[in-house]
Design a protein around this ligand. Sequence first.
Ligand code: GLN
Length: 527
Amino acid sequence: MTRYIFVTGGVVSSLGKGIISASIGKLLQARGYTITIQKFDPYINIDPGTLNPYEHGECYVTVDGMETDLDLGHYERFTGIRTTQANSVTTGKIYKAVIDKERRGDYLGKTIQVVPHITDEIKHRILQHNDEVDFVISEIGGTIGDIESAPFLEAIRQLKWELGNRAACVHLTFVPYLRAADELKTKPTQHSVKELQGAGIQPDVLVLRTEKHLSDGIRQKVASFCNVDLECVVQSEDLPSIYEVPVNMQRQGLDAALLRKFGVPVGEMPKMESWHHFLELQQGATKELHIGLVGKYDLQDAYKSIRESLILAGIYNHVKVKIDFINSENITKANVAEKLADVAGILVCPGFGQRGIEGKIIALEHARTHDMPAFGICLGMQMMVIEFARNVLGYNDANSSEMDAKTPHNVIDMMEDQKSITNMGGTMRLGAYGCELRKGSKVAGIYGTPKISERHRHRYEFNNKYKDEYESNGMMCVGTNPESGLVEIVEIPTLRWYIGTQFHPEYSSTVLKPHPLFLSFVKECDK
Ligand code: GLN
């Protein structure tokens, strides 16, 4: 008897639907239910893999190798679930599936239309988790009124009708505060709900985002204008940390309101001990620790999972990590010492293309020669390898063949099976691969296990031709894929903490289980 919760948003974008969806998931889990959360994105790309981070923020990768929206990162970090390609659906994916079926002849004789063919495909994606879990939470990207999200709303309307009290809609809106009038305004919420009702959907619960506390009178006004019970109007005030949102929602009875709507006995409010323990740690972690994030995208969302992983690792190390973004395009040999003067360590970011890589290399040279903790992720690890080739092995022209296809010392080279690829979308080495750790290495000690599995997203790789030369000069290849022999981790064991991973550990760090590499890196930075 799976039940379905649809999360929609109105008035403005960026209200935090992902955080609310993840919080609902967390609260239902705390009551012993199994859940999954999926994201519907109304754009036509099949996935965000080909999108610029400036357009879309980070591209999050699932274990089964789907490039997805960063909201899936929130889902995993909050709830500990492992999402798959079924948790991420775009308009592009829906249309492609329908058009592929049409070409195959599945609909022979029929005219293919938005209703019912596109909406049926959307409904199929929502219902595919039927009986797998107690609750499916489906977050609909975009804002009510967008042309793009209309088919998704129609699919929800139909499902709400068909599923009766097995479906509920949580609608997120914004209540602006007008300083000049010193008033909180509910009209945009009323309009947004009207728009939703116009699409045939009555919201069951309203979550009002607000900068200031809403009085009962305001909530009552919204309730009566929108045909929603007062107890189903909850407010989501700005909080110092997104991780306080689940308990804030619980305090206002969001999960209880949903259960009542589904006709499920509500029972005791769960204690959420481990979550509260985490929040206490967070509150106690006041000592600031500055870590430099060396990358090229000066946009919070571009390295979302890395930022959250650092912050979480800080909390468990009793420090408040302050992330200093250092734009690698502006790093030069002349200013590197000054740029890194105030940070305890650097994390060199993943990325694609030439822009900003020389600055990353200069920053890494500084970290290596000054024994400053450094963590390289994906492109960051590749830059560690190139820096070492240029400045230790003496190959001044060493490079990745991504940046210089003709370099005589291609210490980072395109993977063999990538060479024949012509389509850019969804064709990188994606998803989780196994990795064996060398006995006695730093990373083996950090992980505490000889075999790990981590998520990847890249086309280029350490060139094994140079492996012996690296090792005899002090950079060790301490993590390898057992099937392909690809080098997945390098470290310089003689330094305090100098580790690069070809994979992305940030994707699997969660609130209750932060990633061991991040924990260890932050701990070293704090020494
Ligand atoms: N551009 C590099 C590659 O394709 C690194 C990718 C990344 O950092 N995710 O191998």
